[in-house]
Design a protein around this ligand. Structure first.
Ligand SMILES: Nc1ncnc2c1ncn2[C@@H]1O[C@H](COP(=O)(O)OP(=O)(O)O)[C@@H](O)[C@H]1O
Ligand SMILES: [Mg+2]
Length: 248
């Protein structure tokens, strides 16, 4: 469904991704690992359509069609949801309004179309995720803790059930209950048909989700592909020893 083909990307004139190939199909949970600075967030930003990230070569295909010239909004409309490592706050937009707009875009309605059932559904999901209902009446991200930010992003994805849901380190900064809730939510998303791509550094998330495939990225290239076992190994011995042991 989502295919990243030989993708080379530069930021500020510096090449960061140097030929990345990955794919995510419907119902899959694909995990991207890699040392800090290897290019994971760059890949996610590029898929989202952030104009700072310049595609030098290669392509991003959704259901076989290139999306690389589409705006971020158009990509979202096609079913690509990207949750960022460091989400930003938008104090002037209430969280409820954002959810309503997202749902309307997804359903092809006018942005401001009244859509009360979205809130009911969002509140149900919030309970599952352990997210306090008071966040709904706040501006997006206003006073959100790190854990609330992550939960809020997963909530958005559960609400709109995108074709492809991407989360950048969804388990970072979360307490144990948060990791469990987010892990279960990701599993649920995949079983409802989304293809999920996440980055993580930690094996603990494996208690709550089962990856179909793991990619390891180093210096802007995918150097290895395998199963969930890779995550455990890396957590045990660290990236450097792991990569030496596999000859990468
Ligand atoms: N907006 C940006 N401006 C300048 N350099 C960037 C930007 N985004 C990423 N980089 C650089 O790209 C490299 C990869 O970063 P990143 O994609 O954040 O790695 P990861 O998410 O794997 O830790 C780093 O050297 C980082 O400094
Ligand atoms: Mg990152």
């Amino acid at each position: 469904m989502l295919e990243v083909k030989n993708l080379r990307v530069a930021v500020g004139g510096r090449e960061i991704l140097r030929g990345v190939n990955i794919s995510v199909s419907t119902g899959e949970v694909v995990v991207l690992m890699g040392p800090n600075g290897s290019g994971k967030s760059t890949l996610f930003q590029t898929i989202a359509g952030n104009p700072k990230y310049e595609i030098i070569e290669g392509d991003i295909l959704l259901d076989g069609e290139s999306i690389k010239t589409l705006t971020p909004e158009e990509r979202f409309g096609r079913g690509i949801f990207v949750g960022f490592q460091n989400p930003i706050s938008v104090p002037e937009v209430r969280f409820t309004f954002l959810l309503q707009v997202m749902s309307n875009v997804k359903r092809g309605k006018k942005l401001t179309d009244p859509n009360p059932q979205v809130l009911t559904q969002a509140q149900k999901i919030a309970t599952e995720l352990g997210l306090k209902p008071e966040v709904f009446s706040r501006g997006v991200g206003v006073g959100f803790s790190g854990g609330e930010f992550k939960r809020a992003e997963v909530l958005q994805a559960l609400l709109i059930e995108p074709k492809i849901a991407i989360f950048d380190e969804p388990d970072s900064g979360l307490d144990i209950d948060g990791i469990a809730a987010v892990g279960r939510a990701i599993t649920k998303l995949a079983s409802s048909g989304s293809g999920v791509l996440i980055s993580t550094h930690y094996a603990r998330v494996l208690q709550f989700l089962k990856p179909t495939r793991v990619y390891v990225m180093v210096d802007g290239r995918v150097v290895l592909e395998g199963s969930g076992e890779i995550i455990k190994k890396i957590e045990e011995v660290g990236y450097q020893s792991f990569l030496e042991s596999v000859g990468s």
